[in-house]
Write a protein that binds this ligand. Structure first.
Ligand code: ADP
Length: 672
């Protein structure tokens, strides 16, 4: 049987750290070297209590655990429990696997505790290291997997980007195609646009596009394309419209122009044409690369407008002139010595100048209120007979459209003395060639008519008074000429002379008496039928006798007419005598008898000096005598009497004459 000592010897040999406690105070009975090493103590600790031996253990669980094992008798095992011990003077924590094994006696009481321990610090550290490594590895693994995820995601992103890139590339190529197409579209658009378009590129404005309407405007062909504008059209240098294109290129600001004149060449001729245009910069990424020019030629419109403006200006000037003329005319009318009245187509006055108002003794309103045929005034012929309304000058003009000259009429007022006026009237013709009214000018000839009347009265009285002594004087002279023999020489000659003068004197008195009768309408016509040529032939005898002129009778020499033979004789004698008187140097006198539709026309032609045109209309007036180079006696009554005789027969009388070539005095007689 092994003794306690022997057992302890065995235990001391054990490599495992072993200690034995043999009372409840945990008195160390035994501790082998391994245990002492763990404790950092020497053999002196044997016999001491656990707490005495290892004072630094206080506060750690080991003492308590040992006591529990002692008490309970239950073994306690622990692994890798830390214990802090003072080793070689230094506190050091190590980890231990240990067992507190209660050794019991037969009755079960604890008689000792076998304490075995092993320092597992290294293992623990190793494991811990392993754990850290593992953790690091895990972390690395995690990191790796995170990186993988990231890479995966990056890959995903990349492939998405790739896809996008591909899509973008496709887009770009589509856009490129579209761009190409749209550029072609643009070119097509420009080419087909109905409006003229020029597209310039670069600072020199190189013509890139010029559509047909533009080429037509410029009178150029496609050869201008590809050349700078001023190279292809040097004539445009200095034109403001072209300078503006350069400015648009420079500033990038668009510009519009309206009715802008441009000097252009066509077939070597410079002409100014007008344009409306619109210049727009062409931008590439915000940079001006060219200019587009849209132009519409408005030359015709501008010229038409200018023309219109010129017409309007001309019209304005004309209107101003017209107004000035109107004012002048008004001034003239206001101050005229003649009365002027304008009547409308119905004969109602629409204007009467101050002199007209004065002559008629009416205010303007009174005047404008009265027609020419108003019963408030009565119109008479010069002989005092009533002037039928159809013979009133205004009525004649309005009815016939023919002008009336110097018709003298009397106007009888209810409340003042009768006046005489000499009237000229002319028709006013409208745009449709219709008589729209008439303009009448008249002068107050009352004084002249009165003087004429007084003259007539005097001549009437004088000729009457002369008639009786002349008759007895003529009778005495005839007796005397019979008493004096024809060979009585000087006496006989003087008596003949006295007789001739007496004849002239009595002719003159007869004319004067006749005139008086004629002017007062106091003569009767006694119509008989006779051959006109016979009458003419007879009454020209005296001319043939004197031999100064030859009278040739032409025309219808058999024509018979019905008229007052004596009065017609008087007319023809008068006309032939005038031809002799006023054409002394021309021998020929032609009397022509010509039948017209319902009248006969008798013309007496001489080849003398003729009658000035302005005087022709007056030669049938009473006492009118035109001036002549030659001194011819007369009193201006012959043609007046002729005219009255012809008028009384219902015929017409007139004159055709050219200065220096002769005169034809003619009259007509109606053929019944
Ligand atoms: P008188 O012969 O007495 O002057 P008339 O009445 O016969 O008057 O003629 C009027 C005027 O007409 C004349 O003064 C004359 O100037 C012009 N006259 C008439 N007949 C002729 C004629 N045959 N040639 C030129 N002048 C004429």
């Amino acid at each position: 049987m092994i003794t306690d000592h022997g057992l302890l010897q065995i235990l001391s040999r054990s490599k495992d750290a072993t200690a034995v406690y043999d009372d409840e105070n945990l008195r160390i009975r035994f501790a082998n070297d391994a245990m002492l090493t763990i404790w950092g103590k020497n053999i002196s600790v044997v016999g001491k209590t656990f707490e005495e031996a290892i004072p630094e253990i206080a506060g750690q669980p080991f003492g308590g655990l040992l006591k529990t094992v002692w008490k309970t008798g239950e073994t306690y095992k622990a692994t890798e429990m830390p214990a802090t011990l003072v080793i070689d003077g230094e506190q050091k924590t190590s980890f231990f696997d240990f067992e507190y094994c209660a050794i019991k006696n037969l009755v079960g009481d604890t008689i000792a505790i076998l304490h075995t321990a092993a320092d597992v610090s290294d293992r623990k550290h190793a494991r811990e290291q392993l754990g850290i490594k593992h953790i690091r590895e895990q972390e690395l693994m995690d990191e790796l997997s995170a990186s993988s995820d990231r890479i995966q995601r990056a890959n995903d992103d990349l492939s998405a980007i790739n896809r996008d890139l591909n899509a973008s590339n496709e887009n770009i190529s589509r856009l490129n195609t579209r761009l190409l197409e749209s550029e072609m579209d643009f070119r097509r658009l420009v080419a087909q646009a109905p409006v003229a378009i020029l597209v310039f590129r670069g600072p020199e404005l190189v013509i890139e596009l010029a559509n047909p309407p533009m080429l037509e405007i410029l009178h150029k062909d496609a050869s201008i394309v590809g050349r700078p504008i001023l190279d292809s059209m040097p004539e445009l240098r200095g034109e403001p419209a072209v300078a503006l294109i350069f400015e648009v290129y420079r500033t990038g600001k668009g510009s519009n122009g309206y009715d802008v004149p441009v000097k252009m060449m066509h077939h070597g001729v410079t002409e100014i044409r007008y344009f409306n245009f619109c210049y727009r910069p062409l931008l590439d990424n915000g940079v001006v690369v060219g200019v587009m020019d849209l132009a519409v030629e408005v030359t015709d419109q501008v010229l038409a407008r200018m023309n219109l403006e010129a017409i309007i200006a001309e019209k304005t000037t004309l209107e101003e002139n017209l107004r000035a003329n109107e004012r002048r005319l008004q001034g003239i009318l206001d101050t005229m010595a003649e009365g002027v009245v304008i009547v409308d187509h119905s004969g109602r006055p629409i204007y009467a100048n101050p002199m007209a108002q004065k002559i008629m003794g009416l205010s303007e309103t009174q005047f404008l209120d009265r027609a020419y045929n108003d019963t408030k005034w009565q119109n008479e012929r010069l002989d005092g007979s009533l002037l039928p309304i159809e013979n009133h000058p205004m009525q004649v003009v309005l009815q016939t459209g023919m002008a009336i000259y110097d018709q003298e009429i009397g106007v009888v007022f209810p409340d003042r003395e009768k006046i005489f006026i000499s009237v000229n009237a002319a028709p006013l013709i409208d745009a449709h060639e219709q008589v729209s009214g008439c303009i009448v000018t008249f002068t107050d000839v009352t004084n002249r008519i009165k003087t004429l009347r007084e003259k007539d009265d005097f001549i009437s009285v004088a000729s009457h008074e002369l008639k009786t002594p002349l008759t007895s004087l003529k009778a005495s002279l005839q007796i005397l000429s019979r008493l004096i023999p024809a060979d009585a020489g000087m006496q006989a000659k003087m008596v003949q002379q006295a007789n001739r003068s007496m004849d002239k004197l009595s002719d003159l008195v007869n004319v004067l008496l006749n005139t008086n009768k004629v002017s007062q309408g106091q003569f009767q016509i006694h119509k008989t039928t006779f051959i006109l040529a016979d009458l003419i032939s007879d009454c020209c005898q005296h001319v043939r006798t004197t031999g100064t002129h030859t009278v040739r009778l032409e025309g219808d020499l058999q024509l018979e007419i019905m008229a007052d033979e004596q009065l017609i004789d008087q007319v023809i004698v008068n006309l032939v005598n005038n031809a002799v008187k006023y054409a002394p140097d021309s021998k020929d006198i032609i009397i022509d008898v010509r039948r017209e539709t319902d009248a006969v026309k008798i013309s007496v032609t001489d080849f003398g000096p003729g009658i000035p045109a302005e005087k022709q209309k007056h030669i049938f007036d009473r006492y009118y005598r035109a001036e002549h180079n030659i001194q011819v006696s007369g009193i201006g009554l012959g043609l007046y009497i002729c005219a009255e005789i012809i008028r009384k027969h219902g015929g017409r009388i007139g004159v055709i004459s050219e200065l220096g070539k002769g005169s034809t005095l003619w009259f007509t007689l109606p053929l019944i």
